[in-house]
Design a protein around this ligand. Structure first.
Ligand SMILES: [Zn+2]
Length: 375
């Protein structure tokens, strides 16, 4: 039997095609939610759904990719790797799997992390009619993170300002202010939006329409970007003492979820968060279904010791969006750097991510099977 093609794609259109073909071969039922905008080469954009198993199962494994657009190259490869591995197999009784491919298809196709509105989907799932979570320190650092160009002089200036901020508030406060989510600067970093993004609205519809009979939801949301070579980091957003947290630890091991492990892998104490998809899903399904699971990060970025590379990748994205434009002469090089950070085209990295994805989803499915039989 010929070996299956590499699960990793070069372009968004290829990723979609590969996902659809593989999901179909694995017995999946496919549907697509069309995005209103075209991709960079005129290709159509969509969130693709593949359901394996019955559409009225009480226990559903929900697996997402591309919540952060460009990270979809890793997440799509991870989904396809498991689907190739599963082809011909069957699911445990009472369990179905819903794959959601390319949650932020505009960002995925353009090779950027945010949406068409520069929104971070994993900070956007909130009731926007209510006052937004505060992030008062963000306004202080924002102007320094928005240089007019990416020259060494501009970056040095940013680092000086960052140093002064750290003297005043500490190192963790800097990371936290930048990444926890902010709702005041639409041209800034980790902007959570002031209304629901297209992707969040469509995800909510998916929950309403496709998880209507679910009583137990196992959540696996594939991301990439931390420093490393294909290792997995589990970011669990359930309360430490909760049943959901205990359940996730049963699936993936207490050690993998322990704060000590995660902080060592992540490189610092985890920042605060607001508006994340996991909490949104949990809240939406409150009283109907229990939700357990995690964001699973695949390490993908090269370690760089020089301070001037800190923030380089998010700054490149911001520069492309708000300063130079996606048709600037620098754009192809910058986009290649961003791509290389989230999903490097290296066989050893792709092998590790594929193996990690199969391990994570096999364990989740085994956990879901046991969960389905709990009374
Ligand atoms: Zn991410």
């Amino acid at each position: 039997m010929p070996s299956p093609p590499s699960p990793f794609a070069s372009t968004y259109a290829q990723a979609r095609e590969l996902f659809s073909r593989t999901a179909q071969a694995a017995g999946g039922h496919l549907t697509a939610i069309s995005h209103p905008l075209p991709g960079p080469t005129g290709e159509s954009l969509a969130i693709d759904l593949a359901l394996l198993g019955p559409d009225d199962a009480h226990t559903v494994v929900v697996c997402l990719s591309g919540v952060h657009g460009a990270e979809g190259f890793a997440g799509s490869g991870a989904q396809v790797a498991w689907l190739q591995h599963h082809a011909g197999g069957s699911l445990p009784d009472g369990v179905s799997m819903l794959f959601v491919h390319g949650v932020n298809p505009w960002g995925f196709a353009h090779g950027l992390r945010g949406t068409e509105d520069n929104i971070d989907i994993n900070r956007n799932w909130l009731d926007h009619t209510q006052p937004h979570p505060q992030n008062p320190l963000y306004a202080e650092i924002h102007p320094h993170l928005c240089p007019p160009d990416m020259s060494r002089a501009s970056v040095e200036k940013m680092l000086m300002a960052g140093g002064r901020f750290v003297e005043r508030h500490g190192q963790w406060a800097l990371e936290d202010a930048i990444s926890r989510g902010q709702y005041t600067h639409p041209d800034g970093y980790h902007f959570g939006g002031t209304s629901l993004a297209w992707s969040t609205r469509e995800l909510q519809k998916v929950v309403r329409e496709r998880l209507a009979t679910a009583r137990r939801v196992a959540y696996v949301d594939f991301h990439s970007g931390p420093v490393g070579n294909g290792e997995t980091i589990f970011l669990c957003f359930s309360d430490e003492e909760s049943v959901s947290r205990t359940r996730a630890a049963q699936w993936w091991g207490e050690d993998a979820l322990a704060a000590q492990t995660v902080e060592k892998q992540w490189g610092s104490q985890r920042p605060t968060r607001s508006g994340i998809v996991f909490w949104g899903l949990e809240k939406m399904l409150e009283g109907q279904a229990d939700v357990a699971g995690a964001v699973v990060e695949f390490c993908s970025a090269r370690a760089r010791s020089e301070a001037r590379y800190i923030m380089r990748i998010p700054m490149l994205e911001r520069w492309l969006r708000f300063v130079g434009g996606l048709d600037a002469p620098e754009a192809p090089g910058y986009l290649m750097e961003i791509r290389d950070t989230y999903a490097p085209r290296r066989a050893d990295w792709e092998r590790r991510v594929a193996a990690g994805a199969i391990d994570v989803l096999d364990k989740t499915l085994a956990g879901a099977a046991a969960w389905a039989h709990e009374s």
